[in-house]
Structure formats: C-alpha cells, structure tokens
Design a protein around this ligand. Structure first.
Ligand code: ADP
Length: 694
C-alpha cells in the first residue's frame, strides 16, 4: 500500500473518529473495484468473510457515489456491512475515466455530520492528488514501455522475436505466457483464398520456455464460437480455470489448447486486425486466476495495433519477395535474353536477365534503371545496327499495344556471326501498360540450316540445267525430224518425255527463282506505277485460264490511289501466282475478288496482318470461294514444297514453290504476304500482300 495514502487515510480516521477507512477505485472498462488502501482500527481477526463483505459493499456503492458526485452520509445499519452502523462516503472524481471514493465507517450510530464532511474535504483532495499522480506515472511508464516495444517490433518483426520483446519490455511478473497466432494459409499461392486455420507462429511460457506450441494449427471451423465472441468485443478475457472445476469444456478449441499446453489459469485474446483484414490473435496468459486490469488491457491493445501493422508489413514483404523471386527465377530460366523496360520515353530498364547482360556484354550495374537506348548505344554492336534498332523501337510509343519482331546479325566474342531474332511486346496489368518486354532469341543454327538448304537447292538446280536442256532439245529435235516416220507408240513416248521435261523445266525455273529470292539475289527495278493498272493487266493476261473455269474475277479498285514505287514485273509475278492459285484451287463457276486499298496507319491494317507490317502501304487482297486454308496450314504453305493435303488429294498440278517465291519477293520490297485462315464468317482462300510507300 502506498505510504502516502495510508497516512492520509489515518488522518481521515483521526478527523472523523471512524473505525475503518477504505479507498476504492474502479478503472474504466473494468467491472472490478479495487480496494487500494484501507485503515482499520480493529481488524476482523483475519475474518476474510467480513473483509469480503466490506469489499462487496464498496464495489456496489462506488459507481452510484461517483454519479452523485457528493458526499453521502449513511446512518441506517441495514445498508452497511459487518456491524457498521453509520458511514460517510466521499467521492473522488478524477480524470473522468476513473472513479474512486473514500469509505469512512463507524460502529457507532449517527457518527457523521456535515462538519465531518468539511473536515475531510482537504484530505480527500490530497488523496485525489496522490491517486492522479500515480495514475499519470503509471501511464507514463506504460507509454514508454509501448514506445520501446513498438521500436523493437519495427526492428525485428518476426513473431517469435516480437514475443521476446513483449516479455522483456512489457510484461509484469504475473504474465507467464504469450503467443502470436496468425490465420493461414498465407504466401504467394494463397492469394484471395479464404483462411482455413489459425497457426501459432511464436510462443513463450515462463515454465516451458519458447516455441513449445509454435506450428500448431487449428481448423477455423472449430473456432466459430471464438470468432463470434471476438466480433462483439475488442478482446476476450477467460479466467478462473482452476484445477478440476475448470469449465474448460466450454472453451473453444484454441483456448483449450493454450490452457492445456501451458497450464494457464487466465487468458486474454486480442485480435490482430485491420478494418479489411483479420490477421490473427495476440494471446497473453497468467498462471494465476486473475482479471487483467484496464491498464494492461489498454497496453496490449495498443501493442496489438503495432503488431497488426508489422505483421501486415511482414506478410506483404513476404508476398512481394515471393513474387520477385518467382519472376527472377523465371527470367533466368528462359534461355533467351530478356529485358523489361518502363513505359516511358527513355525505356528505363526494370529488369534484365543474365542472358541479356551476356549477349551485349554488360554488367548488372550497366542495366539496372538505365535507359535501354543508352545501354544499347554503349554496346559494341556496329553503329548502324544500334541506330536501326533504336529507331525501330522508338517508333512505337511506350504505351503502344502492338507487338513487333525482327532480326539482326551480330558478331560474338569469337567474331562468329550470330543471327538474333527479337520480339517486343507490351506487358499489361488490367488495361494499362506496365512496361515493354524485349526478348532476343539466337536463330543462328536455324538460319545456317536454311542457308544450307538453299545452297543445296541451288546446286541441284544448276546440275539439272544441262541434262534437262539436252533432254528437251533432243526430244524436240526427234519429233521435228522424224515426225511421220516414227511408229505411233514411239512418238507418244517422245511427247511424254517432252512434256515431262517442260514440267521439270518449270520446277527448275521456280527453284532458281526461289533460291535467288531468298538469298536476296533478285535485283529489283523500282519505278512509279499504279497498282490498279497492274491488277487490270494481270487479270487480262490470265483471262484464258479463269474463263476456261467459268470463274468471274471481280476487281474492286480504288481509282484515286496514287502511283507508288515498286518493281512492276516482280509484283506482277506475285499477283499472277496468287491469281493462278485462286483459279486452280477454287471451284468452277465461282467468283474471285481482287481489292486494292491504301493503308495509312497500323490500326487500319487487317487484324491478321503480321507484326511489323510497314505503313503507309498499299494492300492487295485476293479472295476466292474455294475451301481456303486451315489455321494450321496458314503459315506452312509459304514453306518451299509444302502443299496442303487437299491440293495433293485433288491432284492439282503444282510444285509448292509459288508462295515461297512470292513471299521472298514481297519481302524484298519490304512488304508482307500472308494468308488468313478460312472461318465460317470468312470463307475461301484469303491472301493479302502489301507494298510500302517508301
Ligand atoms: P502450288 O500451287 O504450286 O502447289 P504454292 O506455293 O502456290 O504451290 O501453294 C502452296 C500450297 O498452298 C498449294 O499447294 C495449296 O495447297 C495451297 N494454296 C495456295 N493457294 C490456295 C488457294 N487459293 N486456295 C486453297 N489452297 C491454296
């Protein structure tokens, strides 16, 4: 008992001639009234029953006394406990939250009057000052403890260390247990999933040490009761678990576990939660039966708020780390060079994998945060190549939704040539562009194979030329010289030889053409022409063929199209190839549509247009009413010798080289040639090619 209070109470006693004086105090939020000091003339010989009766009376009377806020004189013995006949009650109103009062009792009847009230007024005020002082000091200490705890938690936000911090800085001696339990599962793969259990993440018990029950999980469906209770209150106090009589059966599974495992008698559970999110529980226990007082509970609540914040930060950090690590692992796992840039004009590098650094001979520091353009400028690539790449990439605005691709050749450290295929695409989050990703794939071996194939083809075709010319020449000669002298059968055979040689010759021509187109050996002669005229000429030249099939060629030509520069004969060759195919593969009595149009911006291109189709350009489409091309065949048909099953089954004559040659020439003019797969809405063969304006 505080000495000052004891002294003051004895003074009250002397002033009033009372037999006993008690000082009662009730803290806010608590139902308990503590008798914090007393002075009794004749103690009731250790009679705890009597003592309890006095305390019970004070507990009941105190709230009423404080509401009235005036001294009360009681002179009816039946309102007083244990033989007191009269009493004077003095309210002490302090700091609004706390109620207290002095209870002065006498075994004499009518022992108190107004004079006593006056005589004790000053003493009452002195008692009040002492109480307020203590209260303030208590607050100050608590605040300091909270501040120290908060700082320590911020430095080390892991559950087990938080528990040790609480133990060292905050807990008074009667606290013998503490645990932090969090709802789970949490982590990278648990996004948005409802919680399934609560798991003890750290614990300490005075008797058993640390981490005795850490890792224990309890399914949430066993905790409904606890949940409901916590929804209605800010914390939950469970007390009075004493020996055999403990009403443990009524407890939820979680408290039961804690009580059993750590032999506790009182527990307080404080939820760790924000308005949007429940995180878990802070549990504090004592091995004595007790009610946690208001100060303690307030302190734990404040600490639990810090804990909530630090737990959230920690779990966000963990999720963030998880995503980051996943991303980094993914980036390193791919064998291509990958770089991702921010959507700004400098294209600052957000992340780049090791392959990217290796490809361009850079260190991590050369890339992190730097502008992609500056990074490229500082590489050892030839200047022209660097400038071309930067120019191509800068042509797209940072938020452009389109993808681009291309190829370039560079020398590696050993001066070997490497062909790199690049691909650039925006990275979206919902509808906004987060950045742009560039990948670089080494296609040197693919290109080497292709070159070998072209070389082989060109060798074979050259080897074929002489024998083929002789066979054709001799056959023609024999037919001419001995036409009538030859027996019918022999003449027929020679005619077969001649027509086969002619077919072989056309295959041979195609082969040569294909090889030349693909190694860029074809020279182009650019002149100013009207695409419309070219279409009209070509259709007229092939009139005989489509008329024979009773097909109508409809030309949808825009008369206003300007003249542009392209190779007239080569473009006519492309158009002929496409028109001949339409005639060959579409049924008799059908329509073939040729359309020309001017495309000024990339958005105006058909959706099927390949990436990096250059605009402005002229677009020519040839659409027939045949079976068309399937999605699987749409790219394949441009490979040399590739023929669809349908074409082969119908025994339609062809070498499978026409489209390969045409694509080669279109690309020499920097245009694109592609086929749109047939769909129920867009039937028939659908071919498109472009001629860029410049
Ligand atoms: P070829 O016609 O000599 O076989 P191409 O290279 O011109 O060779 O065409 C390759 C293949 O593409 C053809 O064999 C055919 O299977 C398919 N094809 C081309 N044009 C059409 C079309 N208009 N309709 C359907 N299939 C076509």
């Amino acid at each position: 008992m505080d000495k000052r209070l004891f002294y003051l109470l004895s003074q009250v006693m002397a002033e009033t001639q009372a037999d006993a004086v008690y000082l009662g105090l009730q803290r806010p939020g608590s139902t308990l009234v503590d008798i914090i000091a007393q002075h009794i003339n004749h103690p009731h010989d250790d009679n705890t029953y009597e003592e309890q009766a006095v305390h019970g009376w004070i507990r009941n009377a105190l709230p009423d006394l404080n509401i009235r806020a005036e001294p009360i004189i009681i002179d009816q013995a039946n309102q007083l406990p244990v033989g007191f006949k009269s009493a004077l009650l003095i309210p002490l109103i302090m700091l609004s939250e706390i109620t207290s009062g002095v209870f002065i009792c006498s075994t004499q009847e009518d022992a108190f009057n107004a004079e006593h009230v006056d005589a004790t007024a000053i003493l009452g005020e002195l008692i009040l000052t002492v109480l307020e002082n203590e209260h303030l000091i208590e607050r100050l200490i608590t605040t300091e403890a909270i501040a120290t705890t908060a700082q320590a938690i911020a430095r080390n936000p892991y559950p087990q260390s938080i528990i040790h911090i609480l133990r060292d800085y905050l807990f008074e001696t009667h606290i013998s247990f503490c645990a932090i339990a969090l709802y789970g599962p949490t982590g990278g793969d648990s996004h948005g999933k409802p919680f399934e259990y609560i798991e003890v993440k750290g614990d300490w018990s005075r008797q058993l040490g640390s981490q005795m029950i850490t890792g224990t999980q309890i399914k949430l469906d066993e905790l409904m009761q606890l949940h409901d209770a916590l929804r209605q209150q800010e914390f939950l106090q469970i007390q009075g678990m004493d020996g055999e009589d403990a009403p443990i059966a009524r407890l939820d599974a979680f408290s039961k576990l804690l009580m059993n495992a750590t032999r506790l008698k009182s527990l307080v559970l404080i939820p760790l939660e924000t308005r949007e999110r429940r995180l878990g529980l802070l549990v504090i226990g004592s091995d004595t039966v007790r009610e946690f007082n208001w100060y303690e509970l307030r302190t734990y609540q404040i600490v639990s708020e810090f804990l909530t914040i630090s737990t959230m930060t920690e779990s966000l950090q963990r999720e963030h780390d998880f995503v980051q690590q996943g991303r980094a692992a993914l980036l390193e796992a791919v064998t291509d060079a990958v770089v991702m840039t921010l959507p700004n004009e400098h294209a600052n590098i957000l992340t780049a994998n090791e392959h990217f650094q290796k490809l361009f001979n850079l260190s991590v520091f050369d890339t992190q945060g730097k502008s992609l353009w500056t990074v490229l400028e500082n590489t050892q690539m030839p200047k022209q190549l660097r400038d071309d790449l930067i120019e191509t990439w800068q042509a797209l605005s940072p938020s452009d939704h389109r993808v681009m691709r291309g190829e370039f050749v560079m020398k590696d450290e050993r001066s070997d040539e490497r062909t790199m295929q690049w691909y650039s695409a925006p990275v979206f989050q919902r509808n906004s562009v987060l950045g742009r990703i560039y990948t670089f794939h080494d296609v040197s071996s693919e290109r080497a194979e292709e070159n070998l194939r072209y070389e082989l083809l060109s060798r074979i075709s050259h080897e074929l030329r002489t024998p083929l010319t002789s066979i054709k020449g001799f056959a023609e000669f024999i037919l001419e010289m001995t036409r009538d002298e030859l027996p019918d059968l022999a003449r027929e055979y020679i005619e077969i030889i001649l027509s086969s040689a002619r077919h072989l010759n056309s295959v041979y021509d195609d082969l040569i053409e294909f090889t030349r187109a693909n190694v860029g050996e074809i020279e182009l002669y650019f002149t100013e022409n009207y695409v419309q005229d070219l279409v009209i000429e070509t259709v007229a030249r092939l009139e005989f063929s489509h008329k024979a099939n009773n097909q109508r060629v409809l030309m949808n030509l825009d008369d206003d199209l300007p003249a542009i520069r392209f190779d007239h004969d080569r473009t006519a060759q492309i158009l002929s190839n496409l028109l001949i195919n339409a005639i060959k593969y579409a049924p008799h009595n059908s329509e073939i549509r040729i359309t020309t149009s001017q495309i000024l911006t990339p958005e105006a291109l058909p959706i099927s247009a390949p990436p990096a189709t250059i605009t402005p350009c002229m677009l020519i489409s040839i659409i027939d009413e045949g079976a068309g091309i399937s999605r699987e065949d749409a790219e394949q048909i441009f490979l040399p010798f590739y023929r669809t099953k349908d074409a082969a089954a119908r025994k339609i004559e062809g070498t499978g080289l026409g489209l390969a040659i045409s694509r080669g020439i279109v690309e020499l003019q920097r245009g694109k040639l592609w086929a749109e797969p047939a769909t129920p809405q867009n039937r028939g063969g659908r071919f498109f090619f472009t001629i860029p304006f410049s």
